[in-house]
Design a protein around this ligand. Sequence first.
Ligand code: NAP
Ligand code: MG
Length: 401
Amino acid sequence: MKKITYKTPIVEMQGDEMTRVLWDMIKDILLEPHVELNTEFYDLGLPNREKTGDRVTVDAANAVKKYGVGVKCATITPNAQRVDEYNLSQMWLSPNGTIRAILDGTVFRAPIQVKGITPYVQGWTKPITIARHAYGDVYKNSEIKVDKGAECALEVRYPDGRRESKKIYDFSDCGGVIQGVHNRDDSIASFARSCFNYALDTKQDVWFGTKDTISKIYDRRFKDIFSDIYETEYKTKFCALGLNYEYSLIDDSVARVIRSNGGFIWALKNYDGDVMSDMVATAYGSLAMMTSVLVSPDGNYEYEAAHGTVTRHYYRYLKGEKTSTNPVATIFAWTGALARRGMTESNAELIGFAQKLERATLDTIENGQMTGDLAPMFHRDGITPESLTSEEFLRAVAKRI
Ligand code: NAP
Ligand code: MG
């Protein structure tokens, strides 16, 4: 059988622990029999980040900028315990943070839905894609614990000597806390463009909400930048596809999301996105069934699973046990990247293969063969779920392709 080919490399970023093991199995069992994988390979596994002084992460991100499409395995973000475990010379930064900073992108997370696993919110028949603005606000704050008697103010100083100051609070009778946060116009604008571009690509509406009635300058700035960019750059394109951009107050937005059927992109400020993405992921069933794609405002795409390296399973694997780790989100990271490459090269065969692999994966589960995390949640008339190891599951999918 002739394998499917494509011209421009995909940036392949290998990772850590259980997902590193799954990565090679997915390539062996599902991809390489059908596609002549043309990748530029970067090993982002923690030992190689240590060996290269984390240069490899920066190089990988720059390669995604160069080639436009990347696929990444989950990686360890080191903490103190990992520094000991891997004998690290320093606590390297989160690879995802480094890549995001270089690509200036927005992360879109969407659930993979299958028949037999019903979302906790019954009405959510279509996926809700969460777009979190991963810059600034409370994540880059300055906080001070103040003692009784403090007078606190915000002060702005310009190079020409101009000053502006506003009272925060007078702590005349009691101590307390204060916090300063910021955001940048260019970052908010990039976020808006990433959301609108991704909406056009995936043919979905965009919903955005802030608290601009209370935060009349800070949150209002988000609302205005989104609105200006939509009106001047996207409205015509949205109308042509019958898509909408809807702005509402964040609390109203939350209420409408719960009542909705899904099928849209929910753009959220940094903190709202942090909180709501965990709620939405849980409501759809499982973190193991959630994909994640980083989209830069200039159109580079990096795909990955939303979950981590599944450390607990890896320790069992090291003891020689066969694990039943769910590879679905990692499979979909690959199909996302292959389909994207197919789009950039108008390669119908490659797009077709990505769709076929996704369909085969879903069909396998819908017909009762799945990993152990899904089996207890699976309910479909006439089908008794069978709990397989990761490898057995991948072989069942391969058979269907
Ligand atoms: P995790 O790897 O997502 O796993 C947490 C738990 O969720 C697992 O122990 C497992 O539960 C379940 N789970 C997650 N993915 C699964 C899958 N594919 N199949 C079956 N069960 C799955 O999160 P973590 O344990 O907090 O983090 C482990 C490492 O991953 C950390 O070093 C962290 O830095 C890293 N991490 C990386 C990324 C990334 O690269 N994007 C994201 C998050 C975390 P049971 O044990 O109950 O089966
Ligand atoms: Mg969170």
